[in-house]
Design a protein around this ligand. Structure first.
Ligand code: EPZ
Length: 422
């Protein structure tokens, strides 16, 4: 297993390019199952989760070609087995995104229950309940979801009790192939959902309300989009770079990003005192740190609120603020695994249920750390960059699941990082 050894404190210099969005690529790669011809993608990020997704699709019988140098992927979606096996879904719970396309295209699916992960139980009951409303019989047995269209897929009025990103994505795909009209209320508004909806529109679907909490979809026949599907930049990676600029007190230009979807991420960093210039026409941001960061209060919310996937990175940044900051995690029940690790460096953080209270500024001393989940590992890298001395982060495969060689990009900016296998 790989580990990173980071020598701090680091000063970063120059500009860094954001890679394609993992959470946009995953639903789109699974949506290729809706088509009969080759589906082409560009700007697909080089991540373990992409590797896992293509392996899972191949286990169903599809063929794919991935040029990791250019980010081009072709998928030839001939499906033999309408099954998403546990061996793959246990590695990546986003395997649940096979459920919608298989039911929509083939009327049946056997998908392993994802099971929980470090940040929470991660149930999929909202996905299942919605399918049942659309003419699908769903049994959960032996750790698998067994779904079969009884006679035909029919549109329905779906009201999600809680905003669910992949739940919205699965039902959006099914609705695009169902007879009649489906409305989804309390739908996720994340840019990743909008991107999926735009590809379905290009394939001939009729969708209204993309980017709002109410979607209206009229089902029909879909045809593979003419142009390759270009994966947009990863907004969480962009936010992670903003945090990196603040914690290392470095000026940083972040290129290849979309400032238009970053407003709720940028706002709290600006409130801390950083200057963040958005250059929409150039698809870039320019971040200028300041000498004393103000403490702030933040709460994670579904988009367009502050992203839960930025919570861990924000927590590390708050440790550098002068005073008491708080962050409330309202999406997942156990997403503070990074707190104990940050404390090992000297962070002054107390958690009370879903509230983390941070006193600063903290002076971090390097220490050995253990990554527990994707975004937590990013927060530990940020902490290592501003710690005095050497910080070793084990189980760095968590980081590689969602960031395209973050260590190499940091080295390109002047950080002293070594990747070792242990
Ligand atoms: C997506 O997960 C993202 N993953 C997550 O990113 C992200 O943290 C999350 O949305 C929230 O933004 C992908 O897009 C692949 P949810 P998802 O369904 O869809 C509860 C990362 O770091 N819920 O929006 O699985 C659930 O327990 C990952 O890239 C149910 O109770 O999250 C959670 O508390 C981590 N029943 C809340 O809703 C359900 O059927 C939101 O979950 C579904 C969800």
């Amino acid at each position: 297993m790989d580990a990173l050894i980071i020598e701090g404190p680091a000063r970063l210099k120059g500009s860094v390019r954001v890679s394609g969005s993992k959470n946009t690529a995953l639903p789109l790669l699974f949506a290729s199952l809706l088509f009969d011809q080759e589906v082409r993608f560009e700007n697909v990020p080089r991540l373990w989760d992409i590797e896992t997704t293509l392996s899972l699709l191949q286990s169903m019988g599809t063929e794919s070609h991935w040029d990791k140098a250019t980010g081009q992927v072709s998928i030839f979606p001939q499906v033999r087995e309408k099954v998403a096996p546990y061996e793959w879904v246990k590695k990546m719970r986003a395997g649940i995104l096979a459920l919608g396309p298989l039911v929509a295209k083939y009327g049946e699916a056997r998908v392993s229950l994802p099971g929980g992960c470090a940040i929470g139980a991660r149930p999929v009951n909202f996905h299942i309940d919605a399918l049942k409303q659309m003419g699908v019989s769903v049994e959960v047995e032996g750790g698998y979801i067994h779904a079969r269209v009884k006679s035909r897929l029919t549109g329905a009025r779906i009201v999600f009790p809680q905003v669910t990103v992949t739940g919205t994505e699965n039902i959006l795909v099914v609705a695009a192939c169902a007879e009649g009209v489906t409305t989804i209320e309390n739908a996720a508004q994340e840019p990743e959902v909008i991107a999926l909806g735009q590809v379905l529109l290009a394939a001939g679907a009729e969708i209204e309300g993309l980017g709002t909490a109410t979607l209206r979809i009229k089902g029909g026949t879909l045809k593979v989009p003419e142009a390759p599907i270009v994966i947009p930049p990863d907004r969480i990676e962009a936010g992670t770079w903003i945090a990196a600029a603040l914690v290392t007190r470095s000026e940083l230009t972040i290129t290849g990003c979309d400032p238009a979807v970053l407003a709720s991420i940028i706002e709290p960093f600006r409130a801390m005192g950083a200057k963040i210039e958005t250059r929409q026409d150039l698809n870039e941001l320019f971040v200028e740190p300041c000498s004393v960061y103000q403490p702030i209060q933040v709460e994670t919310q579904p988009y367009p609120g502050f992203a839960t996937d930025m919570q861990a990175q924000m927590l590390t940044t708050m440790c550098m603020a002068s005073g008491r900051s708080t962050i409330r995690e309202t999406i997942f029940e156990n997403r503070f695994m990074h707190v104990a690790e940050l404390r090992r460096l000297g962070a002054q953080i107390e958690t009370h249920g879903n509230l983390a209270v941070v006193d600063g500024p903290s002076f971090f001393q390097g220490a050995p750390l253990m990554a527990t989940d994707l975004r937590a590992s990013a927060s530990l890298v940020l902490a290592g960059l501003c710690a005095e001395g050497s910080t070793k982060i084990s189980r760095i495969y968590h980081l590689d699941r969602g960031y395209q060689r973050l260590d190499e990009k940091l080295i390109g900016l002047g950080a002293r990082i070594q990747r070792i296998s242990e």
